[in-house]
Design a protein around this ligand. Structure first.
Ligand code: ME8
Length: 642
């Protein structure tokens, strides 16, 4: 299709809830999709979930549910996140859908027809407890990495793909299309890897059942990566009678992925496509990682960031802005609430919010709320025109952080201009200075109109709000038209002013976060009833909560945490319980030893800063400050509380 643009995110595993990494990739894909639409292209934007394989099967088993139930719950969370963040995807593919399974069967058939598949034996370290193979590199002390079960070297029949035959064709493709992998450092990384030689790849398993049945040999299921990668074409109708989208949108313009899965996308996927006789994607971009305290976020480290609190408090756009601006696209960055709060105040509240509110307030006050016809502030017009050019070049070069820098240059130019022209002084001069006053405010309004266009891929809600306040219609649909200068219609009335970004008291905000929660883990929800509600409890429901008196035997501050204390608490059980609580701000660890406390004893264990907590200590919270509850007397440990 002429001028089409097909963009995809990875499809995310359903053994865990979405976190900032998944959110980042999807927000950035959304920013690019919205930009391409703004440029007038016909865009198809795909995201979805990867639901098969050992990981998911095992996670479901641990929770005592069927894999599809786990998948359904997590998918519901993804849908909610994407709606909350205004993600504008056109399709959401699940690998458990029939349309996907048909496409996987079709690609396997095509690869087989090319003579690239043979039956052999796969040998690996098999864990009977987990019913799965692990590569030697993943074993921990010679045992399975997940449960520490013993493993044995086993072989099973497996179909293999002749990946080794694609070393030269892949190298030829990379060299003929240097833009196919970006940024350049990742391109070099992949080329070096392939130059080092490729081994054939096992593409089926008999020890696993949760997957797409292997066509022609249903005792096998298709290897999860061949299954997953095919999503990019199954969502376009590949392998079905209706392949209009496939004809219109394939090959993809951009597969956006994290650098962790670059090899699968830059080596396996093009080799599968070559073998199946299908066109190859135009660009695979491997972005960097969000880190926390210099470590990659991971479930096992317990340092995963889930930015629910940011979206609940600020709405989606400040988070979208922060993610796009803070990380140079392609490199790593560290996430912190401090960095978010500072950028929120500096870039959004002070810069964008202030420029809009002071301009609109002056238009209301001095010009009776009407947009003047003048917008000839030459320096601002010049800065704006240059910024639009730089913005487009940056977006086309996949440097969205730079596009935002250019947008903010427009705001800097307007602020300097307002400061220099002093419209408040001009207003005092009455009719004599009416012309210059209209010029200053008209120029500022026009710059804000342009800003509303440039920020719209990043902050669609704020862009709409700003346009409404400027008295403009819903949205700019085409950057070529809306990116010009002098387009704000004169004579229209500006809308009611409303602060775009109320200023934040950073210290108070950070304190509040610290008191509420310090990276509390979110586990996969136990079903619809797991959502907190304000409904009343019956006495039976309340009785399910086991409240027990305990005595603190040991206590120490959790390393690197400002507020967490790890305690060993005697509940008159076989051994003391380890309880982690956010009370260090008020209680010194040593002062806790010997204290009687009340523990919720049947709470599902959770990890806080990587330390397991086997229950929760009760405390009253006064403005976020914890006051421990204790029984009124020397009640023995283990005594129930009703
Ligand atoms: O790998 N920083 O799924 P997944 C930035 N199902 N991005 C991050 C991140 C971080 N710390 N952590 C995760 C899979 N991501 C496969 C993909 S595709 C055919 C199959 C993002 O749930 C990043 O995009 O583990 C990464 O590639 C993806 O989430 C991995 O998600």
């Amino acid at each position: 299709m002429a001028d089409s643009f097909y963009i995809t995110t990875p499809i995310y595993y359903v053994n865990d809830l979405p976190h900032i990494g998944h959110i980042y990739t999807t927000v950035m894909a959304d920013v690019i999709a919205r930009y391409q639409r703004l440029c007038g292209r016909s865009v198809r934007f795909l995201t979805g979930t990867d639901e098969h394989g050992q990981k998911i099967e095992r996670a479901a088993r641990e929770q005592g549910v069927e894999p599809i139930e786990l998948a359904d719950r997590v998918v519901a969370r993804y849908h909610r996140w994407w709606a909350d963040l205004e993600i504008s995807h056109d399709d959401f593919i699940r690998t458990t859908e029939a349309r996907h399974q048909r496409a996987v069967a079709e690609i396997v058939r095509r690869i087989n027809a090319s003579g690239d598949i043979y039956l052999d034996n796969y040998t690996g370290w098999y864990c009977a407890g987990c019913e799965g193979f692990f590569p030697e590199s993943q074993l921990v002390d010679g045992r399975c990495p997940d449960q520490g079960h013993p493993v044995e070297l086993l072989s099973e029949p497996s179909y293999f793909f002749r990946l080794s035959a694609y070393q030269q064709p892949l190298l030829d493709w990379y060299r003929a299309n240097p833009g196919c992998i970006a940024p350049e450092s990742r391109f070099n990384e992949v080329v070096r890897f392939v130059e080092g030689g490729l081994r054939d790849l096992s593409i089926s398993r008999t020890s696993l059942h949760w997957g797409v049945p292997y066509p022609s040999d249903p005792g096998h299921v298709v290897y999860v990566w061949l299954d997953a990668l095919t999503n990019y074409i199954s969502a376009l109708g590949f392998g079905s009678d209706d392949d209009e989208l496939f004809r219109g949108f394939w090959p993809a313009d951009l597969h956006l992925v994290g650098k962790d899965i670059l090899r699968f996308h830059c080596v396996y996927w093009p080799a599968f496509l070559m073998s199946a006789g299908l066109p190859l994607p135009k660009t695979i971009f491997g972005h960097g990682w969000w880190m926390r305290d210099e470590a990659k976020m991971s479930k096992s480290l317990g340092n995963v960031v889930r930015p629910d609190h940011i979206v609940q408090r600020f709405g989606p756009d400040p988070l979208r802005y922060f993610l796009a601006r803070e990380m140079s696209f392609g490199q790593d960055a560290s996430f912190s609430d401090e960095a978010f709060a500072e950028r929120y105040n500096a870039d959004l509240a002070n810069h964008l919010g202030n420029t809009a509110s002071r301009t609109l307030a002056m238009v209301a006050r001095y010009l009776d709320g009407r947009v003047p016809a003048a917008h000839g502030g030459a320096a601002v017009a010049e800065a704006a025109t240059q910024a639009v050019g730089a913005y487009r070049r940056a977006m086309d070069a996949l440097e969205p952080h730079r596009a935002l820098e250019s947008t903010w240059q427009v705001l800097t130019a307007v602020n300097g201009y307002i400061q220099e022209q002093q419209p408040w002084s001009l207003a005092k001069q009455g009719n004599a200075a009416r012309g210059p006053l209209e010029e200053v405010l008209g120029t500022s309004l026009e710059a804000l109109r342009l800003t509303s266009v440039l920020i719209s891929p990043f902050m669609p809600g704020v862009a709409r709000n700003l346009r409404r306040q400027l008295g403009l219609g819903e949205g700019a649909t085409n950057l070529v038209e809306a990116g010009g200068w002098g387009l704000i219609p004169s004579g229209t009335r500006v809308g009611d002013p409303e602060p775009l970004f109320p200023r934040l008291d950073v210290a108070a905000y950070l304190k509040e976060l610290e008191m509420n929660d310090e990276g509390a883990p979110a586990s996969v929800p136990d079903g619809p009833g797991a959502e907190p509600t304000s409904e009343q409890l019956t006495i039976d429901e309340f009785a399910r909560t086991q409240l027990v008196v305990g005595v603190v035997l040991e206590a120490e501050q959790v390393p690197k945490s400002r507020k967490l204390v790890r305690m060993m608490v005697d509940l008159a059980e076989e051994s003391p319980r380890q309880i982690v609580a956010g009370i260090a701000g008020r209680y010194a660890a040593d002062d806790l030893v010997g204290r009687r406390v009340v523990i919720v004893a049947n709470l599902k264990p959770a990890r806080l800063m990587g330390v397991e907590s086997q229950g929760m200590v009760l405390a009253a919270s006064v403005d976020g400050e914890p006051f421990l509850l204790s029984p009124d007397g020397d009640v023995p440990p283990g005594t129930g509380v009703k």
